[in-house]
Ligand binder design. Structure first.
Ligand SMILES: [Zn+2]
Length: 220
């Protein structure tokens, strides 16, 4: 009787539909989410900044990320980070490095204040809970909001992006960095972040993302 009551008490509405569940995301939504998973998450693991990405930015995965960011449901980040980690664990044994520093793509302070959390950092946190890696959310700082760049010339845009990040080097030598973000679109932000870290002699091994709208490795 007591157990039944406790489990009833611990149930709450699924963050994506309204079914009651003891998890953040109910089994039915999770099954749908799994359908968005790429069959080859490492298909873009190549080139200057290799990308490892969990799923296709579409359907329920797109809705999950939107709910996480815009409907104030940061708990969704935990599920997404764990899914990414599970996929990574099956892929990582082929990598020579055993250790990585996980660095979330930082958010501009003003925006962080509005939202209250950086989804990339939350995803990174759960990713690190399920892998032996360490999260470092202080290494890279965003000092400019690069999303509002309408009306700028290509050159101004480039300069704007370059000035967007600042590195706060740590005293010890860090294991190679894996950047982490929620969505990978053009990769411009990730490439700039990687370039700035590399200027500080920090090795960047690649970027991890939850979702991408890219379908061909050649587009990267
Ligand atoms: Zn659900």
């Amino acid at each position: 009787m007591f157990n039944k009551l406790t489990s009833l008490f611990l149930q709450s509405p699924c963050l994506l539909c309204d079914r009651v569940t003891p998890e953040n995301i109910c089994p039915a939504c999770d099954r749908q989410l799994q359908r968005q998973k790429l069959t080859q998450p490492a298909q873009f693991w190549q080139g200057d900044l290799p990308l490892f990405v969990w799923g296709e930015y579409n359907g329920i995965l797109k809705r999950s990320i939107a709910a996480l960011k815009y409907n104030n449901k940061p708990e969704i980040a935990a599920d997404l980070g764990f899914h990414l980690a599970a996929a990574w664990r099956t892929f990582a044994p082929t990598l020579p490095q055993k250790k990585f520093t996980i660095v979330p793509i930082p958010m501009y302070a003003e925006k962080l204040k509005q939202r209250g959390f950086n989804q990339a950092e939350l995803i990174g946190r759960s990713f690190c809970q399920a892998t032996p890696y360490r999260l470092n959310s202080r290494l890279l700082i965003r000092q400019k909001d690069t999303e509002a760049m309408f009306g700028l010339s290509a050159k101004e845009r480039e300069q704007n992006i370059k000035a967007a990040f600042k590195v706060q080097p740590s005293r010890q030598k860090l294991p190679p960095v894996l950047l982490i973000d929620d969505i990978y679109t053009t990769g411009a932000t990730a490439r700039t972040a990687a370039a700035i870290l590399r200027q500080h002699h920090i090795t960047v091994a690649g970027i991890l993302a939850i979702a991408t709208s890219q379908s061909q490795p050649s587009k990267i």
